[in-house]
Write a protein that binds this ligand. Structure first.
Ligand code: DC
Length: 232
């Protein structure tokens, strides 16, 4: 087994970054499950900060107040052995599908553009790095949070394909959705995430680019596991 994979003290990390709807959440969970590693859904942290800010009726550009929320937020992820979504608790209360709504995703993208909020979440994210390893899903996992990751992936797909996937997901959850609106929202969110001054959504140095537009989840997962197995 290579040194990159098992450093003596530090847990190995695979980072999977990309825009929303690229499939990185599902792919990351399946890889973590396959390897028996921990999983960090960093987008959920930004969504929880946004939700807490909305509940406290804070303006979404109130950097000092929202960074305090990010620093002090009581969050717990309860994982089970299946590759399903973990149960999330915010201030001791179970958070349901409300953090997965488009409104919460858009609010998350706004609070995520505030440098003090990102700074407040940095150490919290690094705390997830424990043995035997971590799969970290987000926008800046490979570029900022875990720059020494063993394997960095940048997963992308066309905006049209991502809107389709999101539409299907929402419909399956019984939520209302409009494909044209979703496509517009995805494009607006992409622009905000890619163009912000701090930790923009860009492939990390050394990241391997995978376009999942024409690939199934299983194909993407198998490709990443193969790349990890071949590391030396
Ligand atoms: O992955 P997601 O859609 O749940 O993320 C929600 C928002 O949070 C996304 O628009 C950008 C932001 N985010 C971020 O800026 N950095 C991360 N590491 C994860 C998410």
């Amino acid at each position: 087994m290579s040194e990159r994979k098992i450093a003596s003290e530090v847990a190995p990390v695979i980072t999977i970054d990309g825009p929303s709807g690229s499939g990185k959440g599902t792919v990351s969970r399946l890889i973590a499950n396959h390897l028996g590693w921990h999983f960090l859904d960093s987008g959920a942290l930004y969504r929880l900060v946004a939700l807490a800010a909305l509940k406290r009726q804070l303006e979404l550009d109130n950097e000092s107040e929202i960074s305090l929320v990010a620093r002090e937020l009581a969050v717990e992820f309860k994982v089970d052995s299946s590759a399903g979504e973990p149960q999330i608790l915010l201030e001791g209360e179970v958070v349901g599908s409300e953090i997965r709504s488009e409104a919460c995703g858009n609010a998350a993208s706004k609070v995520a553009a505030l440098p003090a909020v990102r700074e407040a979440l940095l150490a919290r994210q690094r705390d997830f790095r424990v043995m035997p390893g971590l799969v970290a899903d987000g926008r800046d996992m490979g570029s900022v949070v875990f720059p020494d990751a063993a394997l960095k992936i940048f997963l992308d797909a066309s905006p049209e394909e991502r809107a389709q996937r999101r539409y299907k997901q929402l419909k399956e959850k019984g939520m209302s959705a409009n494909l044209c609106d979703l496509l517009e929202e995805i494009k607006a969110r992409d622009a905000r995430d890619r163009n912000r001054s701090v930790a923009p959504l860009v492939p990390a140095p050394g990241a391997i680019l995978i376009d999942s537009t024409m690939q199934s989840v299983d194909e993407v997962v198998a490709g990443i596991l193969e790349k990890y197995a071949k590391l030396d």
